[in-house]
Ligand binder design. Structure first.
Ligand code: SF4
Length: 260
């Protein structure tokens, strides 16, 4: 194993490392959640990941500085599990593109060591930040929350044009990666027939697309808002029914061959 490599001592602000997640890529995953996110989604289930700085409540500290090598040391412990399950490293957030050099060096070295890599991202960053990362990943999970810019700004705090442009620019990438588009279904917010049709039509234009995942809204994280002393804006909103999720899948399924 290389003892000296690019970015080995680069520091990142880590929210937590989680093992055996089944949602963040194939097989057994070690998920590195980074702190910091430029969005403020009203339904965010990890408000403790949004601020880049360390945060403390009465009972918990959120955030810890670690170097690339310190994180990789933890990841290497899980290599035997990756081997049998086809798993690997997933870098998530917050928004992992907020710490681009740390993320790139971590992913690059993991790949060099033969570890499978995936990222979870909003794609909310300049293309010159996004592109170098894509060269080091096998799977990209990217969120598509709205097509409508005004709604995106209202519910996520930022305009979505940068995100939509970045999605389309992945079409020009010659590197090999599978793109999985994740659409959170937030009842009464982004699940109108019109929005769903626009999202389906948009996904059909993405050449790296493997499939689309629809994720039902849930209230996980609302307790953390209380602990952090922040209001939870979607108080009282219920999760979508199984039937409603099927209806949404059927709309998107008119445009793309695989929707789960
Ligand atoms: S992009 Fe993700 S981490 Fe950032 S605010 Fe939205 S849900 Fe939370």
């Amino acid at each position: 194993m290389e003892t000296n490599y690019e970015g080995k001592d680069k520091k990142g602000m880590i929210l937590r490392l989680e093992r055996s997640s089944i949602y963040d890529g194939d097989g057994f995953r070690t998920v590195v959640f980074l702190k910091g996110c430029p969005l403020r989604c009203s339904w965010c289930s990890t408000p403790e990941s949004q601020n880049f700085q360390m945060e403390e409540t009465e009972t918990k500290t959120y955030g810890q500085e670690m170097t690339v090598e310190q994180v990789l040391k933890e990841i290497r412990k899980d290599i035997p599990f990756y081997f049998h399950s086809g798993g690997g490293l997933s870098v998530s957030g917050g928004e992992m593109l907020c710490q681009p050099e740390f993320s790139r060096c971590l992913l690059q070295q993991a790949r060099k060591e033969g570890i499978d890599t995936a990222i979870e991202t909003t794609l909310f960053a300049p293309w010159k930040t996004v592109e170098p990362i894509l060269g080091h990943v096998r799977t990209v999970f990217a969120d598509l929350k709205f097509m409508d810019s005004d709604l995106h700004k209202k519910y996520c705090g930022v305009d979505n044009r940068l995100i939509l442009n970045n999605f389309l620019r992945t079409n020009d990438c010659s590197t090999q990666f599978d793109l999985i588009v994740r659409i959170p279904v937030i009842p009464g917010v982004n699940d109108s027939k019109e929005e769903l049709n626009r999202m389906g039509d948009f996904c059909a234009q993405l050449t790296h697309l493997d499939h689309v995942q629809l994720l039902p809204y849930h209230r996980l994280g609302s307790d953390t808002y209380r602990k952090l002393g922040r209001p939870y804006e979607l108080e009282g909103l219920l999760s979508p029914s199984v039937e409603h999720m099927e209806t949404c899948r059927a709309v998107i399924g008119q445009y793309v061959s695989k929707v789960i």
